[in-house]
Design a protein around this ligand. Structure first.
Ligand SMILES: [Zn+2]
Length: 225
């Protein structure tokens, strides 16, 4: 392979894309998708488990990648093409003002815009549902019908959730205050407010599952009217 035995020089994340840059100036472009995951193992490296798409080894550990949507060797030109198609990434210095411009000029519903990587990079399906629920926003609201104040609330919630996700390596929507315990002590079912739930934690009404931008969106029609 083109990056076999090359030294890893740098790793950069842009939205949901990861770029593993090697010393020969080639990159491995990774998109984890829904099923991709990394597994840390010892050295000497154990036998591969399942279909390992990329294995990185140093003198301390073995890192295996299984099940990504994308894992390909690319050059700088290809990397720039991927980056050019991505909207602002809140975790990489993307600006609220730029995302606002993308949102406010669109007739698409906000529930679809949040998953559109050209509008804003890095928001996944769980973040979408959780952020809209937290601020009580109807996912059907068209971008052009949003006011700046509501958008700013949405932005703040997204940034908080993304940063919490990086810090804890988990998607966590609730705050420590409402959970009554530190975020690292939360059980799996306590981390989210609406995604995957059947009953609304606020109004005890049913949580609806609608399809928006080809993905399941959990929504409370009462709290997000
Ligand atoms: Zn509700």
């Amino acid at each position: 392979m083109k990056v076999d035995r090359q030294v890893l020089a740098n790793v950069v994340a842009a939205g949901k894309h990861l770029f593993y840059q090697f010393e020969n100036d080639l990159f491995v472009h990774v998109h984890l998708g829904r099923y991709g995951s990394f597994r840390l193992g010892p050295v000497p490296s154990p036998p591969a488990r399942g279909l390992v798409r990329m294995r990185i080894v140093n003198d301390k550990a073995t890192l295996d990648l299984n099940g990504p949507t994308q894992c390909r060797v690319i050059d700088t030109v290809d990397r720039d093409q991927v980056l050019a198609r991505l909207g602002p990434d809140p975790l990489a210095g993307g600006l609220a003002a730029d995302v606002w411009q993308n949102v406010a000029s669109s007739k698409q519903p906000i529930g679809a815009l949040l998953l559109d990587q050209v509008v804003i990079a890095g928001i996944g399906n769980i973040f979408r549902a959780e952020a809209l629920f937290e601020i009580g926003m109807n996912p059907e609201t068209r971008g052009c019908d949003l006011d700046r104040k509501s958008f700013d609330r949405l932005w703040r919630v997204l940034v908080r959730m993304l940063r919490t996700g990086v810090k804890h390596d988990q998607i966590i929507a609730v705050t420590a205050k409402e959970a009554g315990k530190p975020l690292e002590k939360l059980d799996k079912h306590q981390r989210l407010r609406i995604y995957g739930k059947t009953t609304c934690m606020r109004c005890a009404g049913p949580v609806a599952v609608v399809k928006m931008a080809a993905r399941k969106l959990y929504v409370c029609h009462h709290c997000q009217a």
